[in-house]
Design a protein around this ligand. Sequence first.
Ligand code: ADP
Ligand code: MG
Length: 320
Amino acid sequence: MASEFDLIRRFFDRPVRAGGRTLLGVGDDAALLRVDAGMALAVSTDMLLAGRHFPNGAAPRALGHKSLAVNLSDLAAVGATPRWATLSLALPEADEVWLAEFAEGLFALARRFEVDLVGGDTTRGPLAISVTVLGEVPEAHALLRGGARAGDDIWVSGVLGQAAAALAALQGRVRLERDLASAARARLDTPEPRVELGERLRGVASAAIDVSDGFAADLGHVLERSGVGALVHYAMLPGVRTGDAALDAQCTLAGGDDYELIFTAEQRARSALEALAAELDLPLRRVGAIQARPTRLVVLDAAGQPMTLPPGYDHFAQAP
Ligand code: ADP
Ligand code: MG
């Protein structure tokens, strides 16, 4: 039986990037990190629990990816460049096949974004995964929820609602045609954090947030923090198309887990953002405008009528 320390050494102690900012990684009492002058350290944590955030028996490689990806998405949403991560794991048993695959999923994504895993904690218990990420952002250019101003455009990256559509398909609430089914499933299992977009929005976006709870709920957080309202046209949203219009609206407006970015920017940034979309090969859609009227989100349907908005995901508002 492998000891806790063997497991850590075998699966989570990997060389850090040569010549990088990591002075000391896994293996000591604390990691030592060097932050560049003038940069703020951006820190974010997310916890994933078996039976709540993912099904028991979920594929470990995808879990490794997703547990880092959801955290990188938070860094993207403040415009930070990811540098480091820590991993706290509770495991029911020392399943070495599971650990090898989990580590592979996590490190494949970490390598792509040049993130060093620099520490963590490993304990026995019901499967739980908590990742903390640390990144750097120029102090004056972090993208905050509170920066949206009346007259700003509202933009969304990528497609909304695919992860929720995949979940609906898994639950037998819809049948998806094959291409959509695989795209949606990939979105749910292995979301792509919009790190590069976040970095490029520094100095361009006035506010940003990533879509984890659903478009309406997450844009609502921006409105609240910014003390503004918003008018959005449903037809302009880059929503999933399953063939079931009611489900599409539900997934597009309230589906969590997409990890796209919603951001606001002055109208004069339009051509720069269109050029950025082409450069990143990532659709950026202008979906509405910020209004002075505080905190109210109005989404108009194709006939120009205000839609009733479904609630976003809330761990304590929903039945357990
Ligand atoms: P301590 O007793 O000081 O808390 P641990 O024995 O928990 O130290 O951990 C030993 C080293 O291994 C530390 O550097 C810690 O950060 C690292 N570590 C523990 N678990 C993990 C993990 N799951 N992933 C990465 N590093 C880990
Ligand atoms: Mg410890």
